[in-house]
Design a protein around this ligand. Structure first.
Ligand SMILES: CCCCCCCCCCCCCC(=O)SCCNC(=O)CCNC(=O)[C@H](O)C(C)(C)COP(=O)(O)OP(=O)(O)OC[C@H]1O[C@@H](n2cnc3c(N)ncnc32)[C@H](O)[C@@H]1OP(=O)(O)O
Ligand SMILES: CNCCCN(C)c1ncc(F)c(N2CC(C(=O)NCc3cnc4ccccn34)C2)n1
Length: 401
């Protein structure tokens, strides 16, 4: 991604496009083009300032808590997102987070069910809106901030542009404040006041034939399909022959290794061992995590990715794009390039069509050699009620699902 000066230009341009944000201009977030010097909370409120009753909703609708331990309620949430969540700009793909993925994403240690907020139509009980928060300790520069990560904001396609999103955001804010938490982190493909970092997606083809058939990639001029297939063939053997699936006994040393590695980034989470095991325990069709250990059985290298498929809208031959999204990786006895080369081999074996990475961490060190192609999707990182200077994408060490 471009350097900060270019990003500030991009943000100034974006702020000209939507000069007024009727909702966001009322929120404790810096203005889009603000050049912030200090890091710290923007507003200070106490529990006394927090409304004790839920926000008002238009008469037809009611607030509900989605109980992700209930199969039927989890299925309602799956269906809402499967039909109404994030699409690419050309409406060719829509994320298809699975029920087991959503349960995993929403139930880390110390989660609150009150933070899984749905909006249903009173009469039919149809789920038409959702937003979630999960607790996370995120360090910003030199301060660890107890905050929440906001995700899965969704309003049914038929109820768009009725200002329901600000109501969902204010309600989740109220419920989080009631637990004496005043900051949040979130990411979005849209530019809002105001990004902490502007990141870019990179993609590594694993199944070029299918990616071309579904319009994810195109065949470059003078390239034949058979040449493409050959070009993207992955290694036969692991570069790190002893890499194996993470096991519970690895957790102590793996957590220490990851926390140490993340300390060099300006925005990064800190994990307890319990949190680490929740996020990295291998889960079929959700999370893949491999480690390498030394002679004392201490973890020295980790690669991990999550399974986030997309529905392919309107393609007769293929219904689903199988995408692996890079999660957290640490290389100490190997290079990041060799480590990710091994991740690509395992992802190909697990029949993924593409492996996606953001240009965060030190990922830009391997994009070229491992044959990644830059995507057209930007992902903006945001903090709520916390100002901090704009970061270069390589200073970000946080992944949201
Ligand atoms: C301390 C605790 C704090 C907790 C909260 C921290 C903040 C969390 C913030 C949420 C983090 C979410 C992280 C994720 O999940 S990012 C994924 C978001 N979901 C999707 O993109 C799914 C498909 N789209 C939809 O479902 C709807 O279009 C959504 C629900 C996104 C907007 O619904 P709709 O299209 O019907 O619009 P409206 O008329 O109701 O409202 C228009 C207002 O909403 C602002 N808007 C539009 N998109 C987003 C967006 N992605 N984040 C924040 N704000 C957004 C927009 O600028 C405008 O405000 P303003 O420009 O007039 O001011
Ligand atoms: C709120 N949590 C943020 C993470 C959600 N994530 C993963 C996400 N947010 C915005 C994006 F721009 C994005 N991209 C991955 C890249 C990509 O794969 N683009 C082609 C594509 C295939 N399927 C879809 C579905 C929706 C959008 C683009 N799609 C672009 N990823």
């Amino acid at each position: 991604m471009a350097d900060n000066k270019q990003i500030v230009e991009l943000l100034k341009k974006a702020s000209k496009e939507t000069p007024t944000h009727a909702f966001w201009d009322t929120q404790p977030v810096p203005k889009i083009a603000d050049e912030v010097e200090q890091s710290g909370p923007i507003e200070f409120k106490t529990l006394d300032d927090v409304r004790k009753d839920p926000l008002g909703l238009p008469g037809l609708f009611e607030w509900v808590e989605i109980d992700v331990n209930s199969q039927t309620e989890l299925q309602d949430l799956y269906t809402l997102l499967n039909e109404n969540y994030v699409e690419d700009d050309d409406n060719m793909f829509r994320f298809d987070y699975s029920p087991s993925f959503l349960k995993w994403a929403l139930q880390p240690p110390h989660y609150y069910k009150e933070w899984h907020i749905g909006v249903r139509v009173k009469e039919t009980k149809k789920l038409v809106g959702f937003i979630s928060a999960i607790p996370a300790d995120v360090r910003v520069e030199d301060k660890v901030v107890k905050m929440v990560e906001i995700n899965f904001l969704c309003v049914h396609k038929k109820l768009r542009e009725k200002r329901l999103a600000p109501v969902l955001i204010k309600e989740i804010t109220r419920r989080v404040n009631l637990k004496d938490i005043w900051q949040a982190s979130y990411t979005a493909g849209v530019v809002l006041p105001r990004p902490v970092a502007v990141c870019r997606y990179w993609h590594r083809s694993l199944n070029p034939k299918k990616l071309i058939e579904v319009g994810f990639s195109s065949l470059p001029p003078k390239m034949t399909m058979s040449l493409m297939i050959k070009y993207y063939r992955v290694a036969e053997q692991l570069k790190n022959a002893t890499m194996r699936k993470l096991e519970k006994k690895d957790c102590e040393s793996a957590t220490a290794l990851l926390n140490q590695y993340l300390s060099k980034y300006r925005v990064a989470p800190t994990f307890t061992t319990e949190e680490f095991w929740h996020w990295f325990e291998p889960r079929e069709n959700v999370m893949t995590c491999y480690v390498k250990v030394d002679s004392d059985n201490k973890v020295t290298d980790i690669f991990s990715y999550y399974n986030l498929p997309s529905s392919i809208i309107g393609n007769q031959k293929h219904k689903t794009l199988k995408a692996a999204f890079s999660f957290y990786n640490v290389a100490t006895t190997t290079t990041i390039k060799e480590l990710i080369d091994d991740a690509l081999l395992v992802a190909k074996k697990e029949e993924f069509d593409v492996y996606n990475c953001l240009d965060i961490f030190e990922n830009d060190k391997f994009f070229k050699d491992l044959k990644f192609a830059v995507g057209d999707g930007n992902l903006q990182y945001y903090l709520y009620n916390y100002s901090t200077p704009l970061k270069h994408s390589s200073e970000i060490g946080l992944v949201l699902l």
